[in-house]
Write a protein that binds this ligand. Structure first.
Ligand code: MN
Length: 377
């Protein structure tokens, strides 16, 4: 059994509100479909965050339909679960369910066994932080299931081992004995086989960079997994249609030379890149720098510029606190009027906000309110 494992396609996203960026997400998804069709995969797993929003636009729906249709026509069965981006806060049928209604995909986020070609697929839809205990209970029960042949688990959750802040469960919460763990949620690719596990735990990462990921050099892709041997063998496939992104730190003194070498690096790219440029130095002539950067930025689809003048920063840097964490807590306590409120904001709300998970943050606020937690001074 050859498996295609894709995740976090965020169809419909358009970072920085750029139309070309919306197309980039479709390009990346379509390229992954092309490769999976060419490689004759028997099954495809999408691990959630299929769409960028619970109410996707027509373009995103059509791209997804055509992609899934091509996979099905090539003989593959398509399985999927839901991420937090697919699930509305208002109780409603998530948009990707339309495609299982039409019979072209199978929803595996229901915790039930789905048998196909001698392999059993289990999965859960995204559980938010307030629902995590219930998910842990269900995962514990999965540890006891007996299935003939291979077993695959599909989840859209972060593992603490890979991401301290975006993590919601640990590897201890995962049932042992599965041949492959098809994970979604973390946007950077990860692969590890933990001690005592039968198969690897794999995050393919997002197929294009969403706006919360910032602008930096990176690769995007997905997995082709060979399940025919004793142990699963995942191969990560890089997507070539992904728009190039670069982040450069330039010294003010050598700016002209640095710009020439960067322009050479950007030559011959198929898509105009996303750029983040930081110019560092002392007593920077900002108008001159803007003029210098213009030629470079003209080569880019989007150019994020920042100028850090050490002559201005040095006074603050001298007074920099040795323990930044306690400094943040002190400022937050001062602003919010109590230590409890500061701890709630910094330790609980900030980590999820840093990940851009506004929904999850609202969840935390709501459950704190329901539990009657008070933060008075
Ligand atoms: Mn995602």
């Amino acid at each position: 059994m050859l498996l295609g494992h894709i995740s976090d396609t965020h169809l419909g996203a358009s970072p920085y509100s750029i139309l070309e960026r919306e197309s980039d997400f479709y390009d990346a998804f379509n390229e992954a479909v092309d490769i999976m069709v060419k490689d004759h995969v028997d099954a495809v797993i999408h691990s959630g965050d299929i769409f960028d929003a619970p109410k996707p636009g027509g373009s995103a729906m059509v791209v997804l339909f055509r992609g899934f249709r091509r996979l099905v026509d090539s003989g593959a069965r398509v399985f999927f679960t839901l991420g937090e981006h697919d699930i509305s806060r208002m109780p409603a049928t998530p948009s990707p369910m339309l495609f299982s209604e039409m019979g072209i995909t199978t929803f595996v986020g229901d915790g039930q066994p789905h048998k196909y070609n001698g392999t059993t697929f289990y999965g859960f839809h995204k559980h938010r932080r307030s629902e995590i205990d219930s998910l842990k209970g269900k995962l514990l029960q999965l540890g006891n299931v007996k299935a003939e042949g291979k077993k695959v688990l599909v989840l859209h959750q972060g593992l603490v081992e890979f991401h301290e802040f975006a993590g919601e469960i640990t590897q201890q919460d995962l049932p042992r004995g599965f041949d492959y763990y098809a994970m979604g949620h973390l946007h950077d690719r990860k692969q590890v086989t933990f001690d005592g596990f039968k198969g690897p735990v794999c995050y393919p990462g997002s197929t294009e960079a969403t706006s919360v990921e910032g602008i930096k050099e990176r690769e995007k892709g997905f997995y082709i997994v060979d399940l025919s041997g004793d142990t699963a063998s995942p191969q990560w496939v890089k997507l070539r249609s992904v728009r190039p992104q670069f982040s450069f730190d330039i010294g003010y003194d050598g700016i002209k030379l640095a710009l020439v070498s960067i322009m050479n690096k950007l030559n011959g790219l198929e898509k105009k890149p996303m750029l983040s440029i930081t110019v560092k130095g002392r007593k920077i002539d900002r108008d001159q720098v803007s003029a210098d950067l213009k030629q470079l930025c003209d080569l880019a689809l989007y150019c994020q510029k920042s100028i850090e003048d050490e002559a201005i920063y040095s006074r603050e840097l001298q007074g920099r606190p040795t323990d930044i964490d306690s400094e943040i807590m002190e400022i937050a306590s001062h602003v919010l009027g109590s230590k409890e409120a500061a701890s709630f904001a910094v330790n609980e709300l900030l980590p999820t906000l840093q990940e851009g998970n506004v929904d999850e943050t609202v969840d935390l606020l709501w459950s704190a309110f329901k539990k009657g937690r008070t933060f008075g001074p």
